[in-house]
Design a protein around this ligand. Structure first.
Ligand SMILES: Cc1ncc(COP(=O)(O)O)c(C=O)c1O
Length: 371
């Protein structure tokens, strides 16, 4: 039996919820269900405002837009992340400045970030890799010291906490993803989180094509009009219905992922370089990853696991070394940890519904390859 790398836990409850919306003809964006989910999400995470968006990418773009970034501004982000983070900066005409990550957590190396601050730096984007919190004390100190905005990329970290605080709720803004590969999903979706009334208001305008339609729907104004720059990032209620059911499942999903993650850690101890979850971090266990000694061994293991029907993958080609950064942005950075882990990292199957005996099978196969 093949074991995929990831698989959403989604079924009848989600299908019924979506069907109900469709059969009621309530196929609108920002409908009753979406609004109720936003309130529930904000309460559960511990943040004042949650705005559902059409993707995690759009939540990041929204963050950069409402911070008012533009040409001449710089934003620091880890190179070891997904292209959406850098694209969100570029779409505002600002410049992404890549920094390195720490080898134990693969989260932002704040001292390396500090070395890259200039008088043009406006914001920093800590990415909570695999659902483990970045050192938010260090990020906060750096940001306060230089007057930078903090936008947390919590795409991997839905339901994760740092010292009891929901990830995505700590910075000036936070972004979640509900892509099909994430812990919970509605196919494509995301959320923008903030405690700031001013940012939430701007985000509401931006998400609704630059209009104050949301205020109109709430009955606060008699007609709506164009009030700012904007785009169309409102989530449909069909997807919000699916996501509402997924949100109910989140604690159970994350608990199960946590148990499987712990089983991998126990089985692979001593065989591979394993991820570190620092004290105070309640991980969402979005990924299970480990480091192999070199690229050749990693690629051999990937090919061998594939041959055995096991879905393993590498993760992030560091952005600063990608063809776009090198050829178009003319980025010449050397970030040794990002480059090294990009060569050596392997991701192993992890999803709610994965059987423990399959985790044992993956671990046994991998150990035979490396020991
Ligand atoms: C770290 C990170 N940020 C942002 C995103 C973008 O999220 P989405 O796929 O919902 O647009 C991803 C997607 O995988 C991601 O891994």
């Amino acid at each position: 039996m093949n074991i995929p790398l990831s698989r959403p836990l989604i079924g009848r409850a989600e299908a019924n919820a979506a069907a109900k919306v469709i059969l009621a003809g309530a196929v609108v964006g920002r409908g009753e269900l979406g609004l109720a989910l936003e309130r529930r999400m904000a309460r559960d995470i511990g943040v004042k405002h949650a705005l559902l968006t059409t993707s995690g990418t759009h939540a990041l773009e929204l963050s950069m837009a409402v911070l008012g970034l533009g040409p001449g501004d710089e934003v620091i982000l880890p190179s070891f992340t997904f292209s959406s983070v850098a694209n969100a900066v570029l779409r505002q005409g600002a410049a992404p400045v890549f920094c390195d990550v720490l080898e134990d957590t693969l989260n932002i190396d704040v001292s390396d970030a500090a070395r890259r601050v200039t008088k043009r730096t406006r914001a920093i984007i800590p990415v909570h890799y695999a659902g483990v919190a970045c050192d938010m004390d260090a990020v906060g100190r750096l940001a306060r010291g230089h007057g930078l905005a903090v936008v947390e990329d919590a795409a991997h970290a839905v339901g994760a906490r740092w010292r009891g605080r929901g990830l995505g709720s700590i910075g000036d803004a936070g972004c979640l993803s509900f892509h099909a590969t994430k812990n919970i999903t509605c196919g494509e979706g995301g959320a923008f989180l903030t405690d700031s009334d001013a940012l939430a208001r701007k985000a509401e305008f931006f998400r609704e094509k630059g209009t104050n339609r949301s205020a109109f729907i709430r009955g606060e104004i008699k007609k709506y009009t164009w009030v700012s720059e904007g785009s169309s990032y409102v989530l449909s209620d069909v997807l919000a219905a699916i996501l509402t059911e997924q949100w109910k499942r989140l604690p159970a999903i994350n608990k199960e992922r946590g148990e499987l993650h712990a089983l991998y850690m126990a089985e692979l101890a001593g065989a591979l370089r394993l991820p570190v979850i620092p004290e105070g971090c309640e991980s969402s266990c979005h990924l299970f990853h480990a480091l192999l000694p070199d690229r050749k061994t990693r690629d051999r293991c990937l090919a061998e696991l594939k041959r055995r029907g096991i879905g393993a993958a590498f993760h992030y080609q560091p952005l600063h070394a990608s063809p776009f950064a090198r050829n178009v942005l003319k980025d010449r950075s050397r970030l040794p940890v990002s480059e090294s882990v990009g060569d050596r990292l392997i991701r192993l199957p992890l999803y709610a519904g994965l059987k423990k005996k399959d985790v044992l099978r993956v671990c046994a196969a991998l150990k035979r390859m490396v020991l």
